[in-house]
Design a binder for this molecule. Structure first.
Ligand SMILES: Cc1cc2nc3c(=O)[nH]c(=O)nc-3n(C[C@H](O)[C@H](O)[C@H](O)COP(=O)(O)OP(=O)(O)OC[C@H]3O[C@@H](n4cnc5c(N)ncnc54)[C@H](O)[C@@H]3O)c2cc1C
Length: 600
């Protein structure tokens, strides 16, 4: 059986020593966040994930979801575990108190979410999707929805989904076919098919509130491949009347569930909308003016908000899977006897030394660990920036730029590296990892989808390079370089920080050169930007984790306990073994697109 120990100590280190949450009590949701409360939440969530969610992970994978007679069933034990999750209040941790939530800031919901993903990604995804859906409803919904629907989602009584993908339209939302036609009473009638909908149907909740995008046809009843016609809707599985009264079953039916590589306890559904009653979210779209070129409709802002939160959430899934795979690889390498240490037997009285004596095994584990802990720091720092951006502080705008810039980096870098870490954890088991009984090949299968959904990682890279770098005259990269160079010049004064500063400097220099190269060449040849985008995102990810490790090293220097000494070793690993990739990535970016695009 795989093991999982919630990394509560690491979160405490980040929150108290590195990010010093005590100094941020002015931020929204931080006022009551005493160190004791933070520790309590972390400890209780960790215990819940270890004791309730994790024991169902392997059995949930083996059993999977079932689809019989149009109804989806989740694996044995999921219903009870989900109920306990909701009763403990975890589902509403980040929701406002006005709708029954605990009003905790995203830095804490991120921590709880990561532990859930490590313990059981399939199960933890149901409440994660619901939180995204009620967040969008609170941002864009009518008052009656906030009053009668959102509280039931916050309590977990009802769940939520996000329905974007269709058979012919995944990345390219312009091509979607689902249509919503306005009715005299102001509601819409929706028809179309959505596929791959996570939690699209399940037996955990009495109702499911689908957040759906669909096109509004023109006056002639035609739909167009135009994002401006795509709008955002709420479509409950069972109708809810505006006074909160329960209504009949809506025209949303499950066509089937996908049989897939991983997250088998998570139901991934085909949903058919057959004259389903839908409520438009956000302002009513205005008819286009002649020759007007419009981008997304105003109501889509709510959907983008939901997607941004989901992107951070998926990045955190990558970290969670990396953590649990690392823990299992580490445990196995301390049990398995294989070969002798290169420098001579460590335990001559035993037939062989422990696997952990081999440098390549330690390399695999350090690669996974330095990623996981660095990435955890990056996502905590980013969610802190999110809270700062919502405050009245003078640095709010800069924090918002940084959070926005990091969103595709966290989504793509953390899921690429999370998959790599899951694979390394499995590799520590040798052939025994490939065998299902040990449960570690599940981490690899589960981690794989994180690279694809919520916008494939290549698309995230294009979002970073094609949109986020140039927006507002390059304000976001300028803010980032101001932060990096400011940190370097401050820390250079500290002799003990030299090895860590050198790593951050090396990454920053490569990142600056790559940014300038893309700014100069991308507009002339967009394929140059497209060909270098994935390398650029990785370069930014490695550099940002170098900064995080620099920050963690700073507070660990001079401390003699094992925890802080280990932090310094991991920081050193990242600077010596990962940062050297930065000049290589720069060289690849500067090679442009010729070798890629000229082959017919
Ligand atoms: C298990 C699972 C759960 C899912 N859950 C949901 C859900 O809850 N809700 C929902 O709406 N959807 C969901 N999805 C759908 C998922 O988000 C899409 O599969 C994904 O966005 C990619 O769309 P696609 O499959 O149509 O691939 P396509 O859009 O056809 O793209 C194929 C590949 O082409 C590349 N590509 C495409 N466009 C670009 C570009 N502009 N630049 C660079 N490369 C590009 C990418 O590598 C991409 O992987 C889920 C999918 C799975 C498998």
């Amino acid at each position: 059986m795989p093991i999982y120990r919630a990394p509560v100590e690491d979160f405490r280190f980040l929150f108290h020593e590195v990010l010093e949450l005590e100094k941020h009590r002015d931020l929204p949701g931080f006022a009551d966040l005493s160190p004791d409360l933070v520790d309590d939440i972390l400890a209780n969530a960790g215990k819940f994930c270890e004791e309730v969610l994790q024991p169902l992970n392997q059995s949930g994978d083996e059993e999977g979801c079932r689809f019989e007679n149009g109804v989806v069933s989740t694996p044995k034990g999921f219903k009870e575990a989900y109920k306990s999750y909701c009763e403990a209040g975890w589902g509403g941790l980040g929701a406002p108190e006005s709708v029954g939530g605990a009003g905790m800031p995203p830095i804490l919901t991120m921590a709880v979410s990561e532990m859930g993903m490590s313990a059981n990604q399939s199960l933890a995804m149901y409440p994660m999707l619901t939180a995204g859906a009620y967040g969008a409803l609170l941002a864009t919904g009518a008052d009656w929805m906030k009053q009668h629907i959102a509280p039931k989602m916050v309590s977990g009584e009802w769940a939520g989904t996000m329905c974007l993908t269709e058979p012919g339209s995944g990345t390219d939302l312009r091509l979607m076919k689902t249509r919503a036609v306005e009715q005299p009473d102001g509601t819409y009638k929706m028809n179309g098919t959505k596929i791959f909908i996570s939690g699209g149907d399940q037996d955990l909740t009495d109702n499911i509130v689908h957040m759906v995008i669909a096109k509004i046809p023109d006056g002639n009843g035609q739909i167009h491949d135009d994002l401006a016609t795509v709008n955002f809707f709420m479509v409950p599985k069972f109708i809810v009347h505006e006074d909160g009264a329960d209504g009949p079953r809506n025209g949303v039916n499950t066509g089937g569930i996908e049989h897939k590589m991983g997250i088998k306890g998570q139901s991934t559904c085909v949903l058919n909308f057959d004259d389903a009653i839908a409520w438009r979210l956000g302002p009513k779209p205005l008819p286009p003016k002649p020759d007007e070129k419009r981008s997304a409709s105003a109501g889509m802002a709510g959907m983008f908000g939901m997607m941004n939160a989901a992107r951070l959430g998926v990045g955190i899934q990558g970290i969670g899977l990396g953590e649990v795979a690392y823990q299992n690889g580490y445990a196995y390498a301390h049990e398995r006897r294989v070969g002798r240490a290169l420098t001579g037997p460590q335990e001559p009285d035993k037939p062989a030394d422990l696997e952990i004596v081999h440098p390549d095994v330690k390399r695999m584990l350090l690669q996974a660990r330095s990623f996981v802990e660095g990435a955890r720091a990056l996502s905590a720092w980013t969610t802190l920036n999110l809270s700062i951006s919502q405050s009245a502080r003078p640095e709010a705008a800069t924090a918002g730029l940084l959070e926005d810039l990091m969103t595709p980096v966290i989504k793509a870098f953390c899921t690429d590296m999370g998959f790599e870490a899951a694979n390394l954890g499995m590799q520590c088991y040798g052939g025994h990892g490939y065998i299902r009984d040990n449960g570690v090949e599940q981490f690899v299968r589960d981690a794989r989808i994180n690279q694809t959904y919520e916008g494939a990682n290549g698309v995230q890279a294009m979002d970073l390079v094609g949109r986020k770098l140039g927006r507002k005259g390059g304000a976001a990269p300028m803010a980032l370089f101001g932060l990096l160079t400011g940190w370097i010049s401050e820390q250079e004064k500290d002799e003990a920080m030299k090895p860590f500063v050198a790593g951050v400097k090396r990454g920053t220099e490569a990142l600056q050169a790559a940014t300038m190269w893309l700014a100069a060449n991308g507009p002339k040849n967009p394929n140059d930007a497209g060909a270098g985008a994935t390398d650029y995102l990785r370069l930014m990810g490695i550099t940002m984790l170098a900064l995080m490790w620099g920050k963690m090293a700073k507070v660990s220097l001079g401390k003699t306990d094992k925890f802080h000494k280990d932090k310094l070793m991991c920081a050193r690993y990242w600077m010596e073994r990962m940062v050297p990739e930065c000049p290589m990535l720069l060289e690849r970016i500067q090679a442009g697109s010729a070798a890629i695009m000229e082959l017919d």
